[in-house]
Structures are given as structure tokens and as C-alpha cells.
Design a protein around this ligand. Sequence first.
Ligand code: DAT
Ligand code: MG
Length: 171
Amino acid sequence: MIENTLVLIKPDALQRNLTGHVVFRLAQAGLYIVGAKVVQVSDALAHEHYKHLRNKPFFPELIRYIKGELHGKLSSGVLAFVYRGENAVQKVRDVAGATHPEQADPKSLRGAYGRITTKGVMENVIHASSDPAEAQREIGLWFAPEEIVDLEPAVAGNASRSVPRKAKGGL
Ligand code: DAT
Ligand code: MG
């Protein structure tokens, strides 16, 4: 099934200039960008996004991390994407790897580039929606409907093409 899913390039990845690498890996997985923007994350957005974790001991640091407060001026925000494709939610999770960088496959983004800081913050490079229902909730939080383009025909009809028809500037 064609799905949409939310991807956030987190402040640790922005600080280390990993954006191109993340985008390349997701393209290799056959997924398409249908929404993209830089977001200065508000306290309210951070809390709503991670509300399922509000009772965890690491929650205050997690909020500071996603708001960019741990990584200096060059990364005081995140890059937010909506990716679309066949089985997109699971495909992005596979590229991301397990939540904990030490448990993540070394070939995954989190396995290769994630770390636990000496202060115990889990820096794991990207956010990836956990399931289709959560993806829908999160996309609604981060994007207005008009910020997401309709690539459905190109994705569905040209799965083997390296570039979606509309992205080539054709009619
Ligand atoms: P995921 O991001 O893989 O969906 P999650 O939703 O359980 O994982 O947690 C969201 C984020 O919270 C995760 O990316 C990093 C942080 N986190 C999770 N478990 C943690 C822990 N035990 N210690 C510190 N941070 C943690
Ligand atoms: Mg999650």
C-alpha cells in the first residue's frame, strides 16, 4: 500500500551535515519527497510530537534535543519531510535502524551515526513515524495539507523510474 510517513532530520544530524546522506539513503529505498521544510521547533510542537513519552525520565532532555537547544546555532531547528511510497513507514524505519544506536544495525543511519552522549541523551539522527496511524497524526502536526504535493500517479505508475515524472518538469 502507498503510505505517507514523517521524517525529521534531527539537530545532531544537521550539525554534522548528514542531510544529503539521509536523503540519498531514503531515495535508494525507493521513496519520494512530497513535503519538505525547515522548522524552528516550538515547545508546544515538541511536547505534542513526543506526548507518548511524557512520563519518561528522559523526556525533558528529549524536548531540549528536538528543539535544537543541545547543538548550537547551526542546528537550532529540524528538517521535516513527508515521504511517500509503497510500505513507506516500515521502509523508513528500516533505513533508520533501531531506536537505540547501539542496538541498531551498523549499516543503518542510527547504527552508523547515532550515539548516546555522556549526559545520556540518545542522539539518533532521524525521526521516523512508528506506524501508519502515528504517521498520519504526526504529518498533521508538522504540515498543513497544502504543503504536501500530490505525487500519487507518478509513484504508483512509475515505481521503477529513478525520478518521478512531475519532478522532471514535464506537463
Ligand atoms: P523511535 O524514535 O525509534 O520511534 P521512540 O518513539 O520510542 O523511538 O522514542 C522517541 C525518541 O525518544 C527516540 O528517538 C530517542 C528518545 N528515546 C527513546 N528511548 C530513550 C531512552 N531510553 N533514553 C533516552 N532517550 C530515549
Ligand atoms: Mg517513535
